[in-house]
Design a protein around this ligand. Structure first.
Ligand code: PLA
Length: 462
């Protein structure tokens, strides 16, 4: 019996036809009784093709695999790398560059690495929860040396595959161990939050955060939306240097948020990806988290050392939960381990060893804080320079939000069309929401970027 090729099979066969596997075409078309029994049949334009059984069996199992769109953030780096324009600029991903535009390895990290190499350590598996020493140091770094729950041994913590891995593990924990069906994230939030939580089985809902008209925090609406979140739900909050807006609540506003979160009996889940990039002092940047802990919230926290220690590719992070008692904390860790083991078994060692070397030594910690502050300061200078250059070019747009915002990003307010023009006309790569990674702006490219922004906003490239 002749099998009429389905659309899916057609694609598979088409590639085989191209490879010379066509047995007959319409010109040689035979009456049904004479058709080649059992051979897949396909119409390509006006031609009818048959495949040999051999060719059909050679068809790729991936032939029907649809192409996925590029990642909205990492995909920009891929496009940037393919671009051979000499003045191209990558201000997509939030990865710090020095003023020469080069990736920056903190000197204190280099030293720690040398020590690790000289110690000739082994490469045994880590435990499922990673290095306990790393976890303890990471938690002290975020919650503070004097944190009461830490002293009372009731913070459950595990090492994770950086911030992303920690978010995913907590997403699965919420869905499968605690029975949550949804999670509330700010609007807007880091673009990957939604797919991470969706893939964990949660429905992602949003609360207001930013007012595009005024380029500032929409605090009133935010509080109103949080009040409407169903009791017991999980709410995701950015500890500092909110991505993508660069707008954080001030401490008075955090106090109010804490109260409302308490009233609604919500589970506050903090994402701490930029500790050190807001105020420049890594020790101070966790104030919002510490306030919530002092207020008695049983918070969850995910930490990343990608940005503040520049350990992007090493995937170093921690996930923790403040529990009621040490016994409760142990139960939580047991559940986190159950999520981790079938995902990636256990976390990598090298990056965690670097963080341990630094955070276990007071002098090295001070050096780290200073070097992190250096990165934050360079970004602040670039904010001023970008704004100033735009003004000097005669831009009629109010760019004051660029210097009001903190952290790695400038949420420029550029439209999708303007972002596309920046890319197509000027080879400047930033995300479609108009987020510009200030970490990629340097003394050398700031004028070029300002000119291009001026061109796409007012059509007056100079
Ligand atoms: N949370 C927030 C708020 C982030 O901005 C990022 C990274 C992460 C978590 C995860 O980082 P990690 O897994 O490396 O620890 N956001 C980057 C990179 C810097 C990215 O998209 O992956 C960004 O450009 O937005």
């Amino acid at each position: 019996m002749i099998r009429r090729a389905t659309t899916l099979a057609a694609r598979r066969i088409r590639s085989n036809c191209a490879a010379g596997a066509v047995l007959s075409t319409r010109s040689q078309y035979q009456a049904p009784s004479e058709r080649r029994d059992g051979l897949p049949e396909l119409l390509i334009g006006s031609a009818r093709c048959y495949l040999s059984a051999d060719a059909a069996s050679r068809a790729s199992p991936w032939a029907d695999c649809p192409r996925a769109p590029p990642d909205p953030i990492i995909g920009l780096t891929e496009a940037y790398l393919k671009d051979d324009f000499p003045n191209k600029v990558n201000v997509g991903v939030g990865a710090y560059r020095d003023d020469e535009g080069k990736p920056f390895v903190l000197p204190v990290v280099r030293e720690a690495e040398k020590d690790i190499i000289s110690e000739e350590l082994d490469h045994e598996y880590s435990g499922i929860a990673g290095s306990p020493n790393f976890v303890n140091l990471a938690l002290k770094f975020a919650y503070g040396e004097d944190s009461v729950p830490l002293k009372e041994n009731r913070v459950a913590g595990v090492q994770t595959l950086s911030g992303t891995g920690g978010l995913r593990v907590m997403g699965e924990m919420l869905r499968h161990a605690l029975g949550h069906k949804e999670i509330y994230i700010p609007d807007p939030s880091w673009g990957n939050h939604t797919p991470i939580f969706k893939n964990s089985g949660l429905e992602v809902k949003k609360y207001s955060y930013y007012n595009n008209e005024t380029s500032s925090l929409d605090f009133e609406q935010m509080i109103q939306d949080i009040r409407a979140i169903p009791e017991g739900s999980c709410i995701l909050l950015h500890v500092c240097a909110h991505n993508p807006t660069g707008m954080d609540p001030d401490m008075e506003q955090w106090k109010e948020i804490s109260q409302v979160v308490m009233e609604r009996k919500l589970l506050p889940f903090f994402d701490c990806a930029y500790q050190g990039f807001a105020s420049g002092d890594a020790r101070k940047d966790a104030q919002s988290l510490r306030l919530f802990v002092n207020d008695g919230h049983k918070v969850a926290l995910v930490q990343s050392f990608s940005k503040n220690m520049g350990l992007y590719g090493q995937r170093v992070g921690a996930l923790s939960v403040v529990a009621e008692s040490p016994e409760e904390s142990e139960r939580v860790v047991s559940q986190l381990k159950v999520r981790i083991r079938p995902n990636y078994s256990n976390p990598p060692r090298h990056g965690a060893r670097i963080v341990e070397r630094i955070l276990s030594n007071e002098q090295k910690t001070n050096e780290f804080v200073e070097q992190c502050e250096g990165m934050a300061k360079r970004i602040t200078q670039m904010r001023s320079k970008l704004k100033q250059t735009l003004e000097e070019l005669g831009s009629t747009t109010d760019w004051s939000h660029i210097t009001k915002q903190t952290g790695m990003f400038a949420y420029s307010g550029l439209s999708k069309e303007q972002v596309t023009a920046l890319r197509e006309k000027h080879h400047i790569y930033c995300t479609l929401d108009g987020r510009i990674s200030m970490a990629g702006v340097t003394s050398k490219n700031v004028a070029y970027i300002a000119n291009a922004i001026h061109d796409v906003t007012e059509g007056e490239c100079i």
